[in-house]
Design a protein around this ligand. Structure first.
Ligand code: SF4
Length: 136
C-alpha cells in the first residue's frame, strides 16, 4: 500500500498476509484500531466492494453484514474520492456521479464528522481535503 493516505497507514510496511488470514484477524484489527486513516480505508473498501481481508478494522463479512444505506454508501464513496485527490464539488460530481446539492450535503456531513475540511467562499465550497485526523 503506497500513495496518498496509504502513506500514513499503520499497516504500511507490514506483511499484507496478516490482513488476509483468519489466524491473524485479531492482530490486524488491533493495528487498524490505532490507524489514523481508518475511516478513509474503510470507505475505500466499502466503495470498492472489497471481497477479502481486513480493511478499516472490519473483515469482509463484517463489511457485508453491516447494512449501509444507499446514502451512507454514497457518502463513503465521496470520502474515498476525496482521499484519492478529488478537491472540488465538480470533481465529486464527475467521479461519483452525483449532483451539486448531493455533493454539498455529503461534504457537510463529512465535515461535521471531522473527516474532511472544506474551504468556502461566500458559503460555496471551493476546496475540499481530508482532515488532519484522516491524513496525519
Ligand atoms: S485501517 Fe486500513 S490502512 Fe489502517 S491499518 Fe487497517 S487496513 Fe491498514
Amino acid at each position: 500500500m503506497t500513495g496518498g493516505w496509504r502513506d500514513d497507514a499503520s499497516c504500511r510496511g507490514k506483511n499484507p498476509d496478516l490482513w488476509h488470514s483468519p489466524a491473524t484477524i485479531g492482530y490486524a484489527k488491533s493495528v487498524c484500531r490505532r490507524c489514523p486513516v481508518r475511516d478513509v480505508c474503510l470507505a475505500e473498501a466499502v466503495a470498492a466492494v472489497e471481497p477479502y481481508g481486513v480493511w478499516g478494522g472490519l473483515t469482509a463479512l463484517e463489511r457485508n453484514v453491516r447494512r449501509y444505506s444507499a446514502t451512507e454508501q454514497e457518502r463513503l464513496l465521496v470520502l474515498a474520492e476525496v482521499g484519492r485527490g478529488a478537491s472540488s464539488v465538480r470533481d465529486l460530481m464527475d467521479r461519483v456521479g452525483i449532483d451539486d446539492v448531493t455533493a454539498r450535503r455529503h461534504l457537510g456531513r463529512l465535515e461535521r464528522d471531522g473527516l474532511v475540511v472544506v474551504s468556502r467562499s461566500n458559503g460555496r465550497p471551493l476546496r475540499v481535503e481530508v482532515s488532519q485526523r484522516v491524513a496525519s
